[in-house]
Design a protein around this ligand. Structure first.
Ligand code: TXA
Ligand code: MG
Length: 522
């Protein structure tokens, strides 16, 4: 089929109206996204929309009207809440759902008993509906699953050859689809957030709820209040991952990535290939540019994309709702660091494993280093130690280690008191420095409860003979001295009982063991 490219002239709109009247498909601009229209009262025409888009037949369409009163024949009843919303908002980027009248066929409603109705703000859209002389059923004019079209070019890319005509109008003002609110439930509920926010709606009709699928996605076995929610959406070919982090952390994380793109705000300082979607504190600009940005990523051949998470307030909620679907709900949370604990007895080769993990890009949190930091000159923890073990253990801000050792190691009780101060202090410093992903390298991982800040734990063990040789060689000591040190350590069983994974470092290939574990964890 040849797809006519029409202008927004009166002549072309009249022509497009004729095409619709005669059962054809016309894509047209609205203030939200481009729509793919057919005569809503003609089931045969509406079926063509599903075919052109590759849309599942149980996903209903929005019916577009040119005048407020045009809603009456389409619904059973215009309820008081519906009347209030229509009077206050229409024409608007707002779709309301009500029980349908018999005029609405099963193809438009996807088999549901309700119908979604919207009166667009865009002048071209309304002129077209008038020219057609019938309400127009119109989903977004993209191939199902792809980002919605916000420019005529996007529509042509997806629909050329599959539909009768495209009206080549302006870029869409809002850039994300309308807010969808159902008034067919007990409490009015937002099924899809958009430019008309919850606060704006509540100011007119009182309490409004947000469907749980808006921010969290559907759980298995749940029936969708809005069938569109259960389908894959807005997804470019690239794998998108949302990165939850403050600006600087996001930049540091993303700039270290190879073979990846950033999907970020204009202000972000990014050194890898990037596509931006609006400005940081301007959710309207993010909404306007998001779908185009997703399409650009495909054009540039992006495979892996790390996206900045927008603020979820106001219109930001709508941006977040689209982006999280484009990412198939994949979020990397840098604020909740993903840390893996690494431990093991002396001589087993924990350091060796740590080195390889560092090569793989893990940030190493070495508790030995943080233990020194806790006790260094002017450390805020020194006064806590002084309170417990006497003010004279500190001279001019410097810790007298010998004196502390004398007082702390004279009894098991005193040693426990020392640990009760040092261990939380060490972990607090580690937590502050944790990045995504980190290794908490701690000989006493379980004793100091460092495992509680870890997602998973790994212990490195080796047989006694091998460990003894390693310790003698490493510390240049006798077999007896090495043996004495080993006796002070926990048994192999202890590590096996407490760790999620064990690496046996007795000559077998540790890299393969580590890779297998990481594959399971990640
Ligand atoms: O801004 C927009 O709303 C654009 C422009 C073209 O007007 N249209 C649009 O349509 O986004 P579409 O089909 O891409 O999205 C309509 C959404 C789908 O998620 C669908 O499941 C839901 O609205 N929907 C439609 N009728 C419904 C109904 N009766 N009950 C529940 N959800 C409904
Ligand atoms: Mg759509």
């Amino acid at each position: 089929m040849e797809t006519k490219i029409l202008s927004t002239s009166e002549y072309d709109i009249a022509l497009a109206g004729e095409i619709l009247k005669n059962g054809g498909l016309v894509a047209f601009p609205t203030e939200t996204v481009y729509g793919l229209g057919a005569d809503a009262l003609n089931d045969e025409s509406v079926k063509k929309i599903y075919i052109a888009k590759g849309r599942p037949s149980d996903n209903p369409l929005i019916v577009h009207i040119a005048e407020k009163n045009d809603i009456f024949p389409l619904v059973k009843e215009v309820t008081p809440a519906a009347k209030a919303l229509i009077d206050y908002f229409f024409p608007a980027p707002l779709t309301i759902i009500l029980p349908k009248s018999d005029k609405i066929g099963n193809t438009v409603s996807g088999g549901l008993k309700t119908v979604a109705v919207r009166m667009p703000q865009n002048e071209t859209a309304r002129a077209l509906i008038k020219a057609a002389g019938t309400p127009i059923a119109a989903p977004s004019a993209n191939t199902s699953g792809l980002p919605s079209p916000t420019k005529a070019k996007h529509v042509i890319d997806d629909m050329e050859g599959k539909i009768d005509a495209v009206i080549n109008g302006e870029d869409c003002d809002f850039g994300i689809e309308s807010t969808v609110i159902t008034l067919a439930s007990d409490v009015p509920t937002i099924l899809r957030p958009g430019a008309v926010t919850k606060e704006m709606l509540e100011a007119v009709i009182g309490r409004v709820e947000i469907d749980s699928a808006v921010l969290e996605g559907m759980k298995n076995n749940e029936t969708a209040a809005s069938p569109g929610m259960k389908y894959k959406h807005y997804a470019p070919k690239a794998k998108i991952m949302l990165v939850h982090a403050s600006g600087e952390k996001y930049e540091r994380f993303v700039n270290a990535k190879k073979d990846a793109f950033a999907l970020c705000f204009e202000e972000d300082n990014i050194t890898i290939p990037k596509v931006t979607f609006g400005r940081k504190s301007d959710d309207a600009s993010q909404a306007k540019e998001l779908f185009d940005a997703l399409r650009q990523l495909d054009e540039r051949g992006a495979k892996k994309v790390y996206a900045r998470i927008p603020n979820k307030n106001g219109v930001g909620m709508a941006v977040y709702n689209r982006l999280i679907r484009a990412a198939a709900f994949c979020i990397i949370d840098l604020e909740k660091p993903f840390t893996i604990g690494l431990t093991g007895p002396t001589g087993a080769g924990k350091g060796h494993v740590g080195k390889y993990l560092a090569e793989l890009g893990f940030h190493i949190l070495d508790t030995d280093i943080y233990a020194r930091k806790v006790c260094e000159k002017n450390s805020p923890y020194l006064s806590v130690l002084a309170d417990e073990f006497g003010n004279d253990i500190i001279e001019n801000g410097i810790l007298n280690r010998q004196l502390l050792a004398d007082r702390a190691f004279c009894s098991a009780e005193k040693t426990a008191q020392l640990n009760a101060i040092l261990h939380p202090a060490i972990l607090e410093l580690c937590r502050k420095d944790a990045e995504f992903p980190s290794i908490l390298d701690a000989p006493l991982l379980f004793e100091c409860r460092g495992n509680e800040m870890c997602y998973k734990t790994i212990a490195v063990i080796a047989c006694a003979e091998i460990r003894k040789k390693r310790i003698m060689h490493r510390d240049n000591i006798s077999a007896e001295q090495a043996q004495a040190r080993m006796r002070a350590q926990k048994s192999e069983e202890y590590y096996k009982a407490n760790s999620d994974f064990i690496i046996m470092n007795d000559g077998s290939d540790i890299k393969t063991q580590i890779n297998t574990i990481l594959e399971e964890i990640l």
